[in-house]
Design a protein. Structure first.
Length: 478
């Protein structure tokens, strides 16, 4: 549902949300024809199995062809090519590589025809519906990968190296069939140089933010901008703020589409009213409602606005317009008051950039091995260096000299400790968050909708999805 231009692609809110915006094709539409097959490993997949050994725990067959289909957005695809080069040297084969921003349109017919590629970086606005593919049995269970010895230490399994949330998020029902490779930090991004030069401090609370916005506006700069074409970017902060103030249990009720989950949660009212106030006081850059993610980021890096809601891919994506001394930084979630259920320093940081292995591919074992290589410290660090983003590999960047934005992201994650929030709503129900709630948020930020109406309609849309039998449902435990 992260990382990266994600949003050409993602209009994703992932990974997802954004959208009511723009008429981003719903994942269900993209997967409507991706129905061929299911069941067990294909004949070709079975034929591509080799002999397992200490150095080859998955049993990759030497010389067996393998194909990788990588989303080429804000993260690019060179990091994947670098891992493929090591695969080629080890197994005497050249990985067939495709880099694209149209994963869904190009792969729907291939899944339907029973000849999907082995490894897929399923990101971007035109991504495949993993929920549907999983329910059809078309995704390879990656448990064997998790239980395999890691490339760096044969005494440690792959599962021991990744963040626990990576294991949680990659499950569909009882199967672990999605490996989120990146670890994205979502939040309020700003220039540390700007704040230092102006004598401003990053706000600790909503009240502090409102006070600072007044000062910023007086200086002639807009306090905030956002990509109005993809309002779900605002949800990166808005949803997490609700969880931080109201508590994870109450947010999980929202993830689970429970009745009155929006309307009975006082934190929802407090957070949405905060955004209503920002709009009413003119604290958003004029014209933001018509900007794309790139345009809003450019306005921000050029000093037209102080803050922007985004994910940690923004450093790489906005690099062409970012001054060298900008000091890109991300701040933690704001405190709502003494009644907050989670402490100051809480941050939304979660797995992103979903990789899947097609069960019906010619070499699913090779696809899993390519992921095992990517999860080595060498390639986790290469990813951090090339795209300025963390990976699912814990501690991989320790000791590295990081770019400003990545360093800031790593610091808030380390300081957050166990107080790292993960939101599933955008991943599970992108049509709800991107199209429906995104449309509401668009009106909220232009002052055309009040907070009370936003909350009422958010509950209404959530209830409609809960009752819609055509929507695959997921459940998150407390």
């Amino acid at each position: 549902m992260g990382s990266t231009s994600e949003f050409n692609r993602r209009d994703l809110v992932k990974r997802a949300a954004a959208l009511g915006i723009v008429a981003v094709p719903a994942m269900g539409m993209l997967s409507a024809c991706a129905t061929g097959g299911g069941g067990g490993e294909s004949d070709n997949g079975a034929k591509s199995k080799g002999t397992t050994s200490a150095k080859n725990p998955l049993g990759v067959k030497n010389g067996a062809p393998v194909e990788a289909f990588i989303f080429k957005g804000g993260l690019g695809d060179q990091y994947a090519k670098d891992a493929e080069a090591d695969y080629n040297k080890t197994y005497g084969v050249t990985v067939k590589h495709t880099g694209t921003q149209q994963v869904g349109p190009k792969l729907q017919p291939r899944f339907a025809g029973g000849n999907p590629p082995d490894l897929i970086d399923n990101s971007g606005s035109d991504h495949l519906d993993m929920n549907t593919l999983s329910s059809q049995g078309q995704l390879q269970d990656l448990t064997a990968l998790l239980d395999a010895a890691s490339l760096d230490d044969p005494n440690k399994k792959v599962r021991d190296l990744v963040y626990p949330s990576t294991l949680e998020k990659g499950k569909h029902k009882d199967a672990f069939d999605v490996l989120y490779y990146a670890f994205t930090v979502y939040g309020t991004w700003y220039s540390s140089k700007l704040l230092k030069d102006k004598g401003w401090e990053y706000p600790a609370s909503f009240d502090d933010m409102i006070k600072l916005c007044a000062e910023i506006k007086k200086s002639g700069m807009a306090p905030w901008t956002y990509p109005g074409k993809y309002p779900y970017y605002v949800h990166f902060n808005l949803f997490a703020q609700i969880a931080k103030i109201g508590g994870l249990d109450k947010w999980i009720a929202i993830d689970n589409l429970e009745p009155k989950a929006w309307t009975s949660n006082d934190a929802v009212k407090q957070v949405v009213e905060h955004y209503e106030e920002l709009a009413a006081k003119g604290y958003f850059l004029e014209g933001s409602q018509g900007l794309t993610h790139i345009q809003s980021q450019t306005a921000w890096t050029r000093g037209k606005a102080a803050f922007i809601p985004n994910g940690s891919w923004v450093e790489n994506e906005a690099a062409p317009t970012t001054p060298k001394d900008f000091g890109m930084s991300v701040g933690v979630l704001f405190d709502g008051g003494s009644g907050d259920k989670m402490p100051h320093g809480t941050v939304r940081a979660e797995p992103s950039e979903p990789f899947i292995v097609a069960k019906g591919g010619k070499n699913p074992t090779g696809g899993m091995e390519l992921l095992r290589i990517m999860l080595s410290k060498k390639h986790a660090q290469n990813f951090a260096t090339k795209v300025k983003s963390l990976t699912a590999v814990q501690g991989a960047t320790d000791g590295m000299q990081l770019s400003p934005g990545l360093s800031s992201a790593a610091e808030v994650v380390k300081a957050g400790g166990k107080n790292l929030l993960m939101v599933q709503l955008q991943e599970w129900y992108p049509k709800l968050t991107d199209e429906k709630l995104g449309g509401l948020t668009s009106q909220l930020l232009t002052g055309d909708m009040k907070a009370a109406e936003w909350i009422k309609k958010a509950q209404q849309f959530s209830d409609e999805f809960a009752k819609d039998d055509s929507v695959t449902k997921f459940h998150r435990g407390s």
